[in-house]
Design a binder for this molecule. Structure first.
Ligand code: SF4
Length: 306
């Protein structure tokens, strides 16, 4: 058994921020830099490797700014969600892809990506920073406090981590800040161009999100269109093993190829959906996922504390 890499923490003195580098978590980090809330020992960015260019640009400036205030921003990663999914040698990590079954019915593939690329690296790093890397048992009473950027308008997303050694706290809710207040605050501090964070190819994007990627991140849009095409008949590894998907996978919830979806007629689309009694959420943009609760409204399962 490998010994702990640093002196184990025996009190609850470790303060972490789960930094998505989107609007809310950027506001939390700046609030800590200014001393409005207690500072963090580390801000941790769990990188899926496929965020919009604008998110990585924001991350870079946050790293510099927060670093100058004594808060290190650390990137942690379990791989690249895009290249891993297309690699026939890589273990398949399911994304919540929209499925069109042979009988015409639709569904959603199981979501494992949030756990694999975000939650697991955050848990692993928290353990290491506490001084109890897996498989060391974290003693009872030892925990890190982890701030999550959830604003008052989305308070239903505020969830426990489900882990004894990681206690989630929600500074924006404690301060009574909603998303609009966060945007105003960011604008006052020169961070007005902060954008939502989520994987470029997240199947949870609504039309607004896809339009944004198409119009603001052309390379990301090209990657998403190619990815959408590449996963149509299943994961390359399953196909290579003679287990092709019986239906088809799509990134867009309409189950149309991404580059054939009419993203530019939201009003027309909404009226059409109302007539068809289809969920008008197609236009809405619930913004991917974020530990520990998905902005789409579905919780992320977590394991019990080790
Ligand atoms: S943003 Fe979407 S694709 Fe990326 S990890 Fe979260 S659910 Fe998966």
């Amino acid at each position: 058994m490998t010994p702990p890499t640093r002196l184990p923490v025996t009190t609850s003195s470790l303060r972490l921020l789960s930094l998505g580098a989107g609007v809310q978590s950027t506001a939390v980090l700046l609030l800590a830099c200014e001393g409005t809330i207690p500072r963090f020992d580390y801000a941790l960015f769990a990188d899926t490797g496929w965020e919009p260019r604008a998110v990585y640009a924001n991350l870079d400036r946050l790293r510099t700014f927060a670093g100058s205030k004594g808060i290190p921003v650390r990137t942690i990663t379990a791989g690249n969600i895009r290249t891993d999914a297309l690699d026939p040698r890589h273990r398949f990590v399911s994304m919540p892809l929209h499925t069109l079954n042979p009988d015409g019915s639709r569904g959603l593939a199981r979501r494992q990506c949030t756990n694999e690329y975000k939650i697991t690296p955050l848990k692993k790093t928290a353990r290491e920073l506490l001084g109890y890397p897996h498989p060391h048992r974290v003693p009872r009473g030892v925990y890190a406090e982890q701030a999550i950027g959830i604003s008052t308008d989305e308070f239903t997303r505020a969830k426990d981590s489900g882990l004894r050694f990681l206690r989630n706290v929600f500074p924006l809710i404690e301060l009574g800040l909603d998303r609009t207040a966060c945007l105003d605050y960011l604008a006052e501090r020169g961070f007005a161009d902060t954008v939502k964070s989520a994987c470029v190819g997240c199947p949870f994007h609504g039309n607004a999100g896809w339009r944004w990627i198409r119009d603001n991140d052309p390379d990301g849009w090209t990657e998403a269109v190619e990815f959408d095409r590449a996963i149509r008949h299943g994961h390359p590894r399953a196909t290579a093993q003679g287990q092709p998907l019986r239906g088809q996978y799509f990134l867009h919830r309409s189950c149309l190829p991404l580059d054939r979806v009419d993203l530019d007629a939201p009003a027309k689309r909404r009226r059409h959906l109302q007539l068809l009694a289809v969920d008008p959420a197609e236009e809405a943009d619930p913004d991917g996922c974020s530990p520990w609760s998905c902005r789409s409204g579905a919780s992320v399962d977590t394991e019990a504390a080790a």
